[in-house]
Design a protein around this ligand. Structure first.
Ligand code: E4P
Length: 216
């Protein structure tokens, strides 16, 4: 089963999408938190309350291992469904290892290579977040990375879930599903576009016209 996470800290959007039953979690990052205009802990607590038991990724902003672990533990205390997000650095990998040993789930973010994903899996990451759109932005093919990580993880049966991030279009979502990503974290606008097709609109319009002409 492919899971959909919503990539936002906009609580109104999360509330609306959660009510559809189509989302399986939420991811945030410092930029999304800043855009929410709320404090980090307050908005994470609000999101956790809205989505109940679904995983909610909350990112640390510390850069030293011990500080990351301290910050991660404080974030994890907000709610049982917080997943601590750490960057893919040496310190981040060590913090991941330590948090994992203390049964705290970790999402290792800012992944741009299969080797980085391999290290995150060995460090005990629950999720690895490779960024598709940002690779596309610099003229590379972000989807190649998703396919490579899928192969690497399958070769060794790693339990780390491949969470495709930095998704910018419905086509990215299709390609992630074809490549076997476990999760796609998708901005609300892109998530809604997944449902759209011009032939659906045209077909519905003509069905409704014909229905109006039918005898009652
Ligand atoms: C998710 O975890 C990432 O923070 C997010 O998908 C980044 O997306 P962007 O590259 O569009 O900012």
């Amino acid at each position: 089963m492919m899971d959909f996470f919503v990539d936002t800290a906009d609580t109104n959007a999360i509330r609306e999408l959660n009510s559809t039953g189509l989302i399986d979690g939420v991811t945030t990052n410092p930029t999304l938190i800043m855009k929410s205009g709320k404090s980090h802990h307050a908005v994470i607590a609000e999101i956790c309350h809205i989505v109940d038991n679904l995983p909610v990724s909350a990112e640390v902003v510390a850069i030293e291992r011990d500080d990351m672990v301290r910050e991660g533990k404080a974030l994890a205390k907000i709610s049982h469904n917080v997943v601590v997000k750490v960057p893919l650095t040496w310190d981040g990998l060590q913090a991941c290892h330590q948090l994992h040993q203390e049964d705290i789930k970790v999402n290792v973010t800012l992944c741009f290579s299969a080797n980085q994903a391999l290290l995150a899996a060995k460090a005990g990451a629950t999720y690895i977040s490779p960024f598709i759109g940002r690779l596309d932005d610099i003229g590379l093919n972000g989807m190649d990375l998703i396919e490579d990580i899928r192969d690497v993880y399958d070769n060794y049966d790693f339990a780390t879930q491949l969470l495709a991030a930095s998704i910018r279009s419905p086509s990215h979502v299709t390609q992630c599903a074809l490549a076997g990503a476990d999760v796609a974290t998708v901005p609300p606008g892109v998530l809604k576009k997944l449902c759209e097709h011009p032939l659906t609109d045209l077909g519905l319009e003509s069905f409704l016209k014909d229905a109006a002409k039918s005898k009652t």
